[in-house]
Design a protein around this ligand. Structure first.
Ligand SMILES: CC(C)(COP(=O)(O)OP(=O)(O)OC[C@H]1O[C@@H](n2cnc3c(N)ncnc32)[C@H](O)[C@@H]1OP(=O)(O)O)[C@@H](O)C(=O)NCCC(=O)NCCS
Length: 383
């Protein structure tokens, strides 16, 4: 069968809706609210002109320390049940990678139902989301040292600087535009923000629940300082006073794990973990914001985007990064492990430690470690 993949035209939306209906909507008709702003672009796969698959891409960004990259958030991947296993999904994945490479995106990301499917196209799980669950009976008794303000969803502007600063200390976080903030804080959601300090040094977003003895989930907890973190912990203690557990998510640098382990926290790595893929190695490396200076040669092994392979000579300093073709390379990385090192978790040093890099010249790897430094990687959006 002749399979084509293309951006979905308005007249194709109904047939794409049938693919999504049987995959994601229990067979119920797929309907789109025309009043809701569109956060993603649709793509459709056809076999001899008939819709057999589709997916969406949400334009996002991803931090890497001070750097910020365009990231294609892949979602709603679906193939009609009777044609699964026939190559449609693979064709869609390759199309998406090529399309967003051509559009100038450095990264793509997605949450996988099964990582092995996406790994085949160069995606890899990157970073860690810790789910922290603490029994309220043994919750730390921490006093707020900063003034706490209670804000509603309309005050989103006040917390954006805090989020931005949190995001730029780590990797993978989406620097949200207004529509994306509306997903975290829908104007009609009755979600409440508690913000510590002025300017704000930490905040937590709650959807208050009235039921006693249930878990109190924190929608989002973000901090930039220790007094800010502890002040928000005191808010969690207050909101959870008649609850069973308080539950929230932290990146792997988790202050709770570091400082309050004795409070019987249940800390688990959440599944699914976001998978990233570097779409464009040269553009990605050139977008980094190094602290140190150095130079190394690297080769990449990328079957889907051979332009990424190099070998490359990478020269970096605090004033920028240049990537030029080279004759040979000091080491070779598969695009999946390169993506992990690029984001920073697991770091290049950790990958080397576990024999996941093909090394010819260790000096070159040590130079690269000064650019591809370890960085906790997390994304708070679910898509
Ligand atoms: C996942 C899905 C989109 C894959 O599409 P598909 O057309 O069946 O996939 P393909 O036939 O192109 O398979 C491509 C490769 O992935 C492998 N693969 C397919 N489904 C897989 C699975 N569930 N687990 C692991 N590998 C899988 C195939 O073996 C194939 O590898 P090969 O070429 O080496 O044989 C499709 O099965 C589907 O719609 N599933 C239900 C919805 C879903 O789970 N969507 C993903 C949400 S994140």
């Amino acid at each position: 069968m002749a399979i084509t993949v293309e951006p979905c035209k308005p007249e194709d939306l109904e047939s794409l809706g049938k693919v999504w209906s049987v995959t994601y909507n229990n067979g119920e008709p797929f309907e789109r609210n025309p009043d809701k702003p569109r956060l993603s672009e649709d793509f459709i796969a056809k076999s001899d002109g008939v819709a057999v698959g589709g997916f969406g891409v949400s334009p996002m960004s991803a931090t890497r320390g001070e750097a910020e990259f365009q990231c294609a958030g892949v979602l709603a991947v679906a193939v009609m049940p009777h044609v699964r296993g026939g190559g449609v999904g693979g064709k869609m994945m390759r199309f998406g990678i090529r399309e967003y490479f051509d559009r100038g995106y450095e990264l793509a990301s997605l949450y996988a139902f099964k990582e092995s499917f996406y790994r085949a196209f160069g995606y890899e799980t990157t970073g860690l989301r810790y789910k922290i669950s603490v029994d309220m009976n043994v919750f730390p008794r921490v006093k707020a040292t900063l003034r706490i303000r209670q804000l509603d969803a309309s005050s989103v502007d006040l917390i954006q600087d805090c989020y931005r600063s949190f995001a730029h200390k780590r990797s993978g976080l989406n620097l949200r535009h207004d529509h994306q903030w509306n997903r975290i804080l829908p104007p009609d959601s009755k979600r409440t923000i508690y913000a510590a300090g002025d300017p704000i040094e930490a905040y937590a977003i709650f959807q208050h629940k009235v039921e006693f003895w249930q878990d109190q989930e924190v929608v989002e907890f973000v901090w930039t300082t220790k007094p800010g973190y502890d002040s928000i912990l005191s808010v969690i203690a207050g909101t959870g006073i008649n609850k069973k557990n308080a539950v929230w998510v932290e990146p792997s640098d988790s202050p709770f794990r570091t400082r309050y382990w004795d409070h019987d926290a249940n800390v688990v790595g959440l599944t699914p973990q976001l998978m990233f893929r570097v779409l464009n190695v040269k553009k990605g490396l050139e977008g980094l914001k190094p602290v140190h200076s150095g130079s190394f040669t690297i080769q990449i092994s990328d079957e889907v985007v051979p332009e990424n392979n190099g070998p490359w000579r990478v020269t970096f300093s605090p004033s920028g990064v240049t990537v030029e073709p080279a004759e040979t390379a000091g080491f070779t990385m598969d695009i999946r492990q390169f993506t992990q090192a690029f984001m920073g978790e697991p770091s290049l040093a950790n990958l080397v430690m576990n024999d996941l890099v093909e090394i010819r010249d260790m000096e070159q790897v040590r130079e690269a470690e000064k650019l591809l430094t370890p960085s906790p990687t997390i994304c708070f959006e679910m898509f």
